[in-house]
Design a protein. Structure first.
Length: 478
């Protein structure tokens, strides 16, 4: 068993992560979520080499993040400026790569073009648009209405209008918007941490330098970055005694993706602390509901997309989705079908319904236990429950709650669990965004094994050099 020293050289972490990010970006050029006209067959040599390089870099990046976590918890933790520099170094190689780990960004562009063409995105899927953009959307979503709110659709429309639906510049535009969301998250994390009694450096490490942020918010350009940026800004405003601004910002976050609406609970509780009288919570709740409704109405009127997103929240999930409830539904359905029961078709809906009940219970328990002293932490736990127990899950969904747990969570098993889960989930999706097949899993595994061997060899060389000089094997420049 390898026991690492407490002191870690931050500069070596930066370099290791930069090498990993660069290798991941290079592999993504041939193994990422490429436009259809540039896509390579998975069995081609270039695509295979790209997949090996991508997973080689991915494992190095995760290892660098884990080592940096030891530096943050060490006797001489890196400062905020060092952590921000590290984030910039690790993110830079991913800025101009093709989309990574998901094809959702093409859906965003198609939906923006549909709004520009006055096609109801809450009734029709991208296939209704025609032209080259729908071909870039994953087949499952070509005929599926969007569940995204009017604020995000207005943003997507502006980007497709500005880029004239050109795929490369459109992807770059969506990535820049996602980077803006990440920048707001980075600005909010230390402030939230100070308000909530957490370590700002640890908050930045877990909530901003997290591999899931780099892979899916930067590399994948997911709109979750906008949602989390607005949600974080709203909570900062609530803690800073700007409750009206807080309600508006959190409502706008929910008008990107609906789960952010849970943030209104935290705002209402924080506002109630500032009110006098017998029923401060009732007054705060009524004010939050009124301001949120007005913000929703004004935003919807300005964007002109209507309220169809409310009905589209039940957008069907992928049959092969690996969420807990969907997996249990498939297993139960298979067992019932083998037993000759006619109830097999009801297995998945029943488990999804059970998941909704479990989510409601988990949210209730989180708020009941933590609402007095840690409403932001209760919100983070609630969003984790929504992501894990819902009918569909993607690795970046975990960021909904992880972002707030990083800022407000006590130093406990919860923080350690989400940190370990982040490292595992970072390896769970192929750079192409498609479901893995046997040969691709083998190639990805080869890339990961090569990275582990490279890390082991580097560590052995460093140990030998340290033995000759009598210094710490990992240095102490943190």
């Amino acid at each position: 068993m390898l026991v690492l020293p407490v002191s870690v050289d931050t500069r070596r972490c930066q370099l290791l992560g930069l090498v990993g990010s660069a290798a991941l970006a290079a592999g993504g050029v041939t193994a990422g979520a490429l436009p259809v006209r540039n896509a390579l067959a998975p069995e081609s040599g270039r695509a295979a080499l790209g997949l090996v390089a991508a997973y080689f870099g991915l494992v190095l990046l995760v290892a660098a993040w884990a080592l940096l976590g030891r530096a943050v918890r060490g006797p001489k933790p890196p400062g905020r400026r060092t952590l921000l520099l590290t984030l910039g170094l690790w993110a830079a190689p991913l800025l101009l790569t093709p989309p990574l780990f998901s094809r959702d960004v093409y859906s965003y562009l198609a939906q923006g073009a549909m709004v520009d063409a006055q096609i109801d995105v809450y009734t029709h899927g991208p296939s209704r648009l025609g032209g080259p953009l729908p071909a870039e959307v994953a087949p499952l979503w070509q005929h599926t209405p969007t569940p995204y709110g009017p604020l995000f659709l207005a943003c997507a429309r502006a980007i497709t209008d500005f880029t004239r639906s050109e795929v490369f510049t459109g992807v770059l535009g969506m990535r820049l918007v996602a980077l803006l969301g990440v920048a707001v998250m980075v600005c909010c994390l230390p402030t939230l941490a100070r308000h909530c009694g957490a370590d700002p450096a640890a908050a930045l490490w877990l909530g901003a330098l997290n591999p899931l942020v780099l892979l899916h918010l930067v590399g994948g350009a997911h709109n979750d970055a906008i949602m989390l940026g607005l949600l974080g800004a709203g909570l900062v405003a609530a803690l800073g005694r700007w409750p009206i601004v807080a309600v508006v910002l959190v409502t706008l976050a929910a008008l990107v993706k609906a789960p952010a609406a849970l943030g209104l609970l935290a705002v209402a509780l924080l506002w109630a602390r500032q009110l006098d009288g017998r029923t401060p919570r009732v007054k705060a709740a009524a004010a939050v509901l009124g301001i949120s409704a007005a913000t929703t109405a004004v935003t919807t009127a300005l964007t002109g997309t209507g309220y169809g997103w409310i009905g589209a929240l039940d957008t069907p999930v992928s049959p092969q989705n690996w969420s807990l409830t969907s997996s249990l539904g498939r297993m139960t359905g298979a067992l019932l079908e083998n037993a000759g029961s006619g109830l097999a078709q009801f297995a998945a809906p029943a488990w999804h319904l059970a998941g909704l009940g479990a989510t409601a219970l988990a949210v209730l328990l989180a708020w009941r236990r933590h609402h007095r002293l840690r409403p932001v932490y209760a919100l983070g736990l609630s969003l984790i429950a929504v992501a894990v127990l819902g009918p569909a899950i993607r690795p970046w969904y975990v960021l909904w709650g992880l972002f707030l747990i990083a800022a407000a969570g006590p130093d406990s098993w919860v923080r350690r669990t989400v940190a370990v889960a982040s490292g595992v989930l970072a390896l769970a999706v192929l750079p192409s965004g498609f479901a893995p097949e046997g040969p691709q899993v083998a190639l990805a595994t080869c890339g990961g094994v090569l990275a582990v061997l490279a890390l082991w060899c580097a560590h052995r060389m460093t140990e030998r050099a340290a033995a000759r000089t009598g210094t710490d094997p990992l240095g102490s420049a943190a």
